[in-house]
Ligand binder design. Structure first.
Ligand code: HEC
Length: 175
């Protein structure tokens, strides 16, 4: 064992602990910074509704017997996951279980956000896409009927058991 004068030992120890603390502080701050950037949308306050659907989409509604219809939902799932057409794979961005796998893709599990979409707005966005984002227009690859089916499936992530009521302008229980 080396004999070191007490104050030198203490000084050395303190010096080291100081720099360790600084490193931790810097790491801590950058983690906090990253978290803030990653949550970007979350810090903007309450979720915002999408813009109103343009006139040609404003009166389009889900066929009444599609809501909660297991066969329709299964067909919608096959479209969403690319099983029906390899060129249409919503899951490649929005995630198989609705948990986005590509940054910025809408998270359909967020009930509070998704219930701000009417069925017409939802249909419009899938048909025409969202300009300036990776969400493209799907109307050349999907028929109207297929788009409704994929929406019937997608809505189960955050709005399971609910349907959009155009008169009440709200999501209500299917039964
Ligand atoms: C290449 C990645 C990608 C694919 C594939 C994709 N999306 Fe998206 N989607 C996005 C992104 C990114 C957004 C967010 C757009 C925004 O910022 O409003 C989005 C948003 C949405 C929205 C919400 C629109 C809005 O107003 O924000 C819906 C609905 C949607 N997607 C449905 C689908 C469906 C259905 C499919 C498959 C037919 C699909 N998406 C395929 C990336 C993708």
């Amino acid at each position: 064992m080396r004999i070191v004068p007490y104050n030198v030992q203490l000084g050395g120890y303190m010096k080291q602990s100081h720099s360790v603390r600084n490193v931790l502080l810097v790491v801590g701050l950058s983690v906090a910074g990253l978290t803030l950037t990653a949550c970007g949308g979350g810090s903007d306050g309450p979720p915002k509704p999408p813009p109103p659907a343009p006139p040609e989409y404003a009166d389009k509604h889900m066929p009444a017997d599609y809501w909660g219809n297991e066969d329709v939902i299964a067909e919608g799932k096959a479209i969403y996951t690319g099983q029906q057409n390899i060129d249409v794979n919503c899951a490649s961005c929005h995630g198989k279980n609705g948990k986005p796998v590509k940054a910025g893709a809408r998270d359909f599990r967020q009930t509070e956000h998704m219930k701000l979409y009417s069925d017409s707005q939802w249909f419009w966005r899938v048909s025409e896409g969202v300009k300036g984002t990776k969400m493209k227009s799907w109307k050349s690859k999907l028929s109207e009927d297929e788009i409704w089916k994929v929406i019937a499936f997608e809505s189960t992530f955050g709005l399971k058991g609910q349907k959009y009521d155009a008169e009440k302008k709200a999501w209500v229980p299917i039964n």
